[in-house]
Write a protein that binds this ligand. Structure first.
Ligand SMILES: [Zn+2]
Length: 265
């Protein structure tokens, strides 16, 4: 009996995690999450299931599968809603590094990100360079956004990304104090500079390797327009789309340390 319950729970988890699968055939808009067909890859024997029922294997196991984490910075913004529709249609989960003052403007979009299974990270309050601030300044920037995320979602985040990637010992020390890992990136298509969806797509497809974290921005329509073809192109090459925490699961993740990809060592 116990085994049956466990299996039912596992299947439920796999269904819920369906977005992590490499298959990204768009679902029809009218289909609800509950009536949507399972991604094809989950109908086949899943290597994770064969390995047993240990909890860490109920998610996409990036130690054995080819994973990529798409991350979107600087929102939540009005444009984010279009991106959420695209990600939902393809059943893909991503990670959003949110700016505190944008959270105050668009708390409903932040909640929607979380409700739809995406992960949230802290991207400072005012998008200033944290490396230029005193420890108290860094604490204020990160702490205020941490509090805003908690207020609007009831959740804490364990991830942060310094604006412009600007970090130093002081930033790392405060991140450690607040229990935040610093999430950098391995792939930067410069989508903030070149607002051209063809170039953005081309650079992501050319530069992405297994275990990489990809930097994009959900405040630019040109970046969002590149997403469907990025998903299709990477899925064709066998990638699973996961959140940053899923990508790093099973590897040592420490607050105050920097991560650009899933380490293979
Ligand atoms: Zn940013």
């Amino acid at each position: 009996m116990r085994r049956i319950v466990l299996m039912a729970g596992l299947i439920g988890t796999l269904v819920a995690c369906g977005g992590s699968a490499g298959n990204v055939k768009p679902m029809h808009a009218a289909e609800t999450a509950s009536s949507a067909p399972l991604p094809v890859s989950l109908k086949e024997p899943d290597p994770d299931v064969r390995r047993g029922l240990r909890p860490e294997y109920t998610r996409t196991n990036c130690a054995v599968l080819k994973c990529v984490a798409l991350t979107f910075d600087d929102g939540p913004a009005k444009e984010t809603e279009l991106l959420l529709r695209i990600l939902a249609r393809y059943g893909v989960k991503a990670t959003f590094f949110v700016v505190g003052r944008m959270v105050e403007e668009n708390p409903d979009i932040l909640r929607r990100e979380l409700m739809e299974g995406h992960e949230i990270g802290n991207h400072s309050w005012s998008h200033t360079s944290l490396a230029a601030l005193s420890p108290d300044g860094v604490r204020a920037e990160l702490g205020r956004t941490q509090a805003a995320i908690k207020t609007h979602t009831g959740r804490d985040t364990t991830l942060m990304r310094p604006p412009y990637g600007a970090t130093n010992e002081r930033v790392a020390a405060v991140a450690r104090e607040l229990g935040l890992a610093e999430i950098m990136w391995a792939v930067d298509p410069l989508d903030w500079k070149d607002r051209d969806s063809v170039q953005v797509r081309r650079r992501v497809l050319e530069q992405t390797g297994p275990g990489d974290i990809v930097l994009l921005h959900d405040i630019h329509l040109s970046s969002i327009e590149a997403v469907p073809e990025i998903l299709a192109g990477l899925a064709e090459r066998g990638y699973r789309f996961v959140t940053v925490s899923e990508l790093l699961a099973g590897t040592p993740v420490e607050s105050g340390r920097q991560y650009r990809e899933r380490s293979t060592t």
